[in-house]
Design a protein around this ligand. Sequence first.
Ligand SMILES: Cc1ncc(COP(=O)(O)O)c(C=O)c1O
Length: 305
Amino acid sequence: MSILEDISKLKRVVGNTPMKCSWTEGVRVCIKLEYSNPTGSHKDRIALAMIERAARERLLDRGGCVAEASSGNTAVSVAWASGLLGVRSVLYVEKESSPLKKAMIKLMGGRLVEIGDEGLDIYRVVEESEEMGCIFLDQLRNPANPEAHYYETAHEILVQTGHRIDALVMGVGTGGTIMGVGTRLKEELGNTLIIGVTPRGSPLDPRGPGSTPSRIEGLASRTIPPLTGWRSNVIDRIEPASEEDARSGVRGLAKEIGILAGLSTGAAYYAFKKLLKEGMFSVGDTVVLIAADHITRYPDILTRL
Ligand SMILES: Cc1ncc(COP(=O)(O)O)c(C=O)c1O
């Protein structure tokens, strides 16, 4: 069986995640539970999509090697998919990332390289990957990232909501999810409001970047993700959130909706509640959030919530 056949088999267990809808002050809030994917995050979709693209372009086959840099979730997904496909993986992960994610990468046979305070030197990483005979997947620039969300995540959201979506609220990491889903929703529905959430003080913060931006694992705090320019006029508004805002969102989601999501989802829920209070949404509106991962992935945060 070819690697492409194996990839299409694996795709059958990724996506088609459930959605939980409830009502808050007359507004329907629908949360797509992406933590139901095999490794527990939305990144399983893009790991497979980027590997598939490389295989289709005949850059990758069994016995080959892929490399990726990530705050952890994409690295876990790449380690998972490549392990099952007989491909080696080298994953560059921030030292500060969840120890659970690092343990999962090792468990699945991925080679973990920790990035320290010096930050990620993308040129060095690409060069090193090539020296090791690996293809650098590059989720920050790879069009397979937003395309996976455009064709799959967005399609599922449209079906699950009955094609009724007034707003999407999503944290911006690589920007792949918000750009892919946002583009499709705008194309299909015309007027869906696309709201990005960013760590307070990041370069995307409308109030301007700060010297010490908040850190919300998975969201871009020091750079403007290149994929946010993948299509024009997709993101209508950016809401900043501090780490404490994200924690309060995690608590709110757990108590009010019964969803135990990670910090980036907490940040999106905080932004939703803030905008609801400000009168951004009308009675009868449907607002979609995407629970990228689960709070149990962050035991240190969970025990200090
Ligand atoms: C937990 C979490 N939430 C949100 C995001 C943002 O998703 P995207 O990279 O598609 O913007 C990421 C990305 O790594 C993430 O790990």
